[in-house]
Write a protein that binds this ligand. Structure first.
Ligand code: ATP
Ligand code: MG
Length: 374
């Protein structure tokens, strides 16, 4: 079904706009065997972009594999997912998956379940127990397959920051890197929804994955592209919105991809024929109501000091939190308390550190917080 606006899931086709430069860059990395690390704030469009790049590769000698490791809680969960997805996505039929498992994994016997309505759609679970696992053997699987079949494989791992949460994460990261850095026929693309954790893994000199690949930062989609997109989607469905109206949508949510689409959809469903300012206002109230449950939950978990810190940021303070006047005006406690507050709020992804200071990560959260708590 063709959709007018889409949010809450990866987008494709007519619902995917812009990203021409980033698509070209990442596709070149994929074709040139360069590892890619894609970083952005939440819901900006990482998953959609990687899907698009993978689907746009036409070369027969390149195979892309995509996996999402959000549900992996330990190193062993990861080996299971990694191994199953590599085998499944390099096999066109179940028989080939069984063959690959035998050939490349030797003693591991896969459990394969086939979905009842299709012979090509099957899932494969290897059910590896910790005692069966030889990490090096599993981690080398894509390289063995790529070499044997004379192809290049790109392994794309979404929600990669989960690795940073595994027990004994540093050793796990060392192990992965020590095997993966020697690959000649396989490259990687890592991306994930927790920006701060991704930065810890890839931008910290002491971490094993430091400088593992090309760091691509996904910026906001430019306003002009959003306006063209919104106006076109309304027109295609027999309704109309002015460019000023579309601009108001983008500006309110600071061009954040998911919010632009959600807000535009709220406007669209409230409009009979032509968008008015009143409709935009109503649609925005709806957006706030849709988000408020989650925001209240996040706010309920905060200490009084953390609330004060957010108040300071919302009042336009972005630097010098340790200065005596700011400590006093916003009741932030001691200077060392500020360091703790920053870290805690950054871990919760509520604030982010940009080149020119500290900002609230989510523009709609910021509006909500200002309205309710400042
Ligand atoms: N290129 C695009 N064109 C139009 N809308 C987009 C685009 N990319 C993302 N969006 C919007 O943003 C939403 C989130 O996209 P996606 O899931 O790809 O982002 P993400 O960065 O992977 O999110 P998360 O941080 O939660 O993993 C989509 O549902 C859609 O509304
Ligand atoms: Mg994603």
């Amino acid at each position: 079904m063709e959709k007018t606006f889409v949010y809450g899931m990866a987008v494709s086709g007519d619902n995917f706009t812009d990203r021409i430069r980033e698509t070209r860059r990442i596709r070149s990395n994929f074709e040139g065997g360069i590892n890619t690390i894609l970083i952005s704030p939440r819901r900006m469009g990482k998953t959609s972009l990687i899907n698009k790049v993978c689907e746009s590769i036409e070369r027969q000698d390149i195979k892309t594999i995509r996996m999402d490791i959000y549900d992996c809680r330990s190193e062993y969960d990861f080996y299971n997912t990694f191994c199953s997805e590599v085998i499944r996505q390099t096999s066109s039929k179940v028989e080939q998956a069984i063959e690959s498992a035998k050939e490349f994994l030797g003693r591991i016997i896969p459990k394969i379940s086939i979905s009842p309505d299709s012979v090509t759609d099957y899932s494969i679970s290897l059910g590896l127990a910790p005692k069966d696992i030889s990490p090096d053997e599993i981690l080398s699987l894509p390289e063995k397959i790529a070499t044997k079949r004379g192809m290049h494989i790109i392994v794309c791992i979404d929600e990669f920051q989960q690795i940073g949460e595994f027990p004994d994460s540093l050793s796990v990261q060392k192990r992965l890197r020590s095997v993966w850095q020697h690959f000649r026929n396989v490259s990687f693309c890592f991306y994930g929804s927790k920006k701060h954790m991704m930065e810890n893994i890839f931008q910290n000199k002491r971490m094993p994955f430091y400088q593992f690949g090309d760091m691509v930062t996904l910026d906001k989609i430019p306003t002009e592209d959003w306006i063209d997109y919104i106006v076109a989607r309304f027109n295609a469905n027999g309704k109309s919105i002015s460019r000023e109206g579309a601009l108001k949508i983008c500006a309110t949510v600071d061009n954040y991809s998911s919010y632009v689409q959600q807000f535009a959809w709220n406007v669209y469903v409230n409009t009979e024929k032509e968008v008015t300012d009143n409709i935009i206002e109503t649609a925005f109230e709806e957006l706030m109501a849709q988000c408020s449950g989650l925001f209240i939950q996040q706010i309920n978990g905060l200490s009084a000091y953390q609330m004060n810190f957010l108040r300071a940021v919302c009042s336009g303070i972005h630097n010098d939190f340790g200065s005596a006047s700011i400590l006093e005006d916003y009741r932030l406690g001691t200077k060392s308390n500020v360091t703790t507050l920053k870290k805690a709020l950054q871990d919760k992804e509520l604030i982010e550190i940009r080149k020119d200071g500290i900002y609230i990560s989510d523009p709609v959260f910021e509006i909500f917080f200002r309205k309710q708590y400042c």
